[in-house]
Design a protein around this ligand. Structure first.
Ligand code: ZN
Length: 459
C-alpha cells in the first residue's frame, strides 16, 4: 500500500515538474535550399554508392526483422511522408546512418551491441527523426549559404545532384555535413525519436540508455568500433533525464512491442561470414568526390531565343514573382530557377533567373557586407567572373536593395554573359535575384528582368 502511494506521488511530481517545460515537437528548420524531393533524390544516389562499397546482408530473417522495427516506427509515428527503407550491412562497428530522404543502413555491430529490441528501435527512431527534420540538407545549406542555391537550382535541370554537390565538397566523406549533426539537432532527434518510440510501443528511455552505454564504453576498447557514431551524433547532455522529463507528454505504453527474438537474431549475425575488409563507407565514398562535374558541351548561343511577352506568376511561401510563360520554374520554395529550356546548358543557366535567399550568421542583414560576400562567393566559383562598376542602390517592394552588374563566361560556347545581381534587405534574410543573359542579348532581355523585379512581392 505504502509503496503504491509513493509511486503515485513521484508520478505527480514528475508531471508537475514536466508541466513547466513541455517541449514542442521540433520541425524542419531554415535555411534549407533543398526541396523534399531533392532530399529523396540525393539519398537514393548516395544509397547506391553505399551499396557498392558495403556488403548488404542478404539474410531475409535478419533484414526482415530490422525492417519490421523500422516500418512499425514509420507507421505508428506517422512518418510516411518519406520513402524509408532499412538495410543491414555486414560491418562489426557500432553504427547506423540515415541518408537524406530515407535510406537507412544499420551495421551488424549495432545489432550485436543492443541489449533489447527497444534500443535498436531507439537508434532507428533517432535516425528517422534526422531525416524528417531534414537535418542533413539543412546543415549543408547553412555551411554553403552562398554557393549552394545557384548550384542546386541548376542541378534540378539536369545532371546528378550528388555530382553537383561533390563539386562543393558535399559528399558522404568523413565528417560530411550530411551525416554529422550539431548538438541541437541531436536533442531534437532525441525528442522526436522518443515520441515516435512511445507511439510505436517501445520504451523511449531505452534510446537514451543505449547512447549513454555506447558513450561510456567509448573510453574502453570499443572506441574504434563506434567512434564514428558518437562523433556524428554528439551527446547534447543528459539524454536520459531529458527524455524522462518529457515522458508525461508521450504516448503511454504499454511498451511491449516485439518484432522478433533478439537473441536468435544475434545468433544469425554471429553466423554471417566475416565482414569483408573494406574502408568505411564514409572513407570510401570520398573517392567519388569531385568526379561528378558535368562536362560543358560546346553548345552555341541560340539565335533569337523566343521570350514570351505573356507573364505567369510564381508563388512561393515567402514571395511571388512573374516570369515569361515559356519559362519553367524549378527548385524549392526557397530557391527557384526560372529559365527557358533552350536557355540551359546541362545544369548551367545561359538565360534565366534565380531567386533565393541567405540568412547571415549574425541574424541580421547588412546589405553592403552581405552583397559583397555573395558576389565574392560567386567570383570564387567562377574565375572568369568580374564585377562591372559599383553597386547601385534601389528600392524593391518597399525594401532597400542593391543592384550589381557582373560579367562572366556563358555556358554557351565562346560567349560572355551579363549577370545582374539584385540583393534585397528583408531583415533576417538577404533575398537575391540573379538575372543571366549572354551579353549580346542583354538589351533584349533587360526589360524582361526589369518586369520580373517590379513584380516581386513579399509575404
Ligand atoms: Zn543524431
Amino acid at each position: 500500500m505504502m509503496r503504491k502511494r509513493l509511486i503515485v506521488v513521484s508520478l505527480l511530481v514528475a508531471v508537475a515538474l514536466g508541466a513547466a517545460n513541455q517541449k514542442k515537437l521540433p520541425k524542419p528548420g531554415w535555411p534549407n535550399f533543398f526541396s523534399k524531393e531533392q532530399d529523396v533524390a540525393m539519398g537514393r544516389e548516395y544509397a547506391q554508392q553505399i551499396e557498392q562499397q558495403f556488403q548488404v546482408v542478404q539474410n531475409k530473417e535478419l533484414t526482415d526483422y530490422v525492417n519490421r522495427i523500422g516500418q512499425r516506427l514509420v507507421k505508428e509515428g506517422g512518418l510516411e511522408e518519406y520513402p524509408f527503407f532499412f538495410k543491414v550491412v555486414n560491418e562489426p562497428s557500432i553504427n547506423a546512418f540515415a541518408l537524406p530522404g530515407g535510406p537507412m543502413f544499420v551495421h551488424t555491430g549495432l545489432i550485436k551491441a543492443a541489449d533489447n529490441e527497444a534500443q535498436i528501435a531507439g537508434v532507428l527512431a533517432h535516425e528517422l527523426s534526422h531525416v524528417v527534420l531534414r537535418h542533413g540538407t539543412q546543415q549543408a545549406s547553412k555551411s554553403q549559404l552562398i554557393q549552394l542555391p545557384a548550384m542546386i537550382g541548376g542541378a534540378v535541370m539536369g545532371g546528378s545532384l550528388a555530382g553537383q554537390l561533390a563539386q562543393l565538397g558535399i559528399g558522404l566523406g568523413a565528417n560530411s555535413v550530411l551525416l554529422k549533426f550539431s548538438r541541437s539537432a541531436e536533442s531534437d532527434a532525441d525528442l522526436m525519436g522518443a515520441h515516435t518510440m512511445a507511439k510505436a510501443g517501445y520504451n523511449p528511455i531505452e534510446m537514451a540508455r543505449f547512447f549513454e552505454k555506447l558513450e561510456a564504453e567509448m573510453g574502453g576498447k570499443g572506441q574504434s568500433a563506434m567512434a564514428q557514431f558518437m562523433s556524428d551524433h554528439p551527446n547534447p547532455g543528459n539524454r536520459v533525464k531529458s527524455i524522462e522529463e518529457q515522458l508525461p507528454y508521450m504516448a503511454r505504453g504499454p511498451f511491449e512491442a516485439q518484432e522478433g527474438n533478439l537473441s536468435a537474431i544475434k545468433g544469425m549475425v554471429d553466423r554471417l561470414p566475416a565482414a569483408p575488409k573494406k574502408k568505411s563507407p564514409q572513407q570510401a565514398s570520398q573517392q567519388g568526390q569531385g568526379s561528378g562535374a558535368s562536362p560543358l558541351p560546346n553548345a552555341p548561343r541560340p539565335k533569337n531565343l523566343p521570350v514570351s511577352a505573356t507573364f505567369k506568376t510564381y508563388d512561393s511561401q515567402g514571395f511571388s514573382i512573374t516570369y515569361p510563360d515559356n519559362w519553367t520554374p524549378t527548385g524549392s520554395q526557397q530557391n527557384v530557377t526560372l529559365a527557358p529550356k533552350e536557355g540551359m546548358v546541362q545544369s548551367q543557366i545561359g538565360y534565366g533567373a534565380i531567386v533565393s535567399g541567405a540568412a547571415p550568421a549574425d541574424g541580421k542583414v547588412d546589405l553592403q557586407r552581405d552583397t559583397r560576400t555573395l558576389i565574392e562567393g560567386m567570383i570564387k566559383q567562377n574565375s572568369n567572373m568580374r564585377q562591372e562598376g559599383e553597386s547601385q542602390t534601389a528600392n524593391i517592394g518597399g525594401s532597400a536593395a542593391l543592384v550589381t552588374k557582373c560579367s562572366s563566361d556563358s555556358p554557351f560556347a565562346g560567349t560572355r554573359e551579363t549577370d545582374v545581381v539584385v540583393t534585397i534587405d528583408r531583415g533576417k534574410t538577404l533575398i537575391y535575384l540573379i538575372f543571366i543573359s549572354p551579353e549580346a542579348d542583354y538589351a533584349r532581355m533587360e526589360p524582361v528582368f526589369q518586369e520580373m523585379t517590379r513584380s516581386l512581392r513579399f509575404k
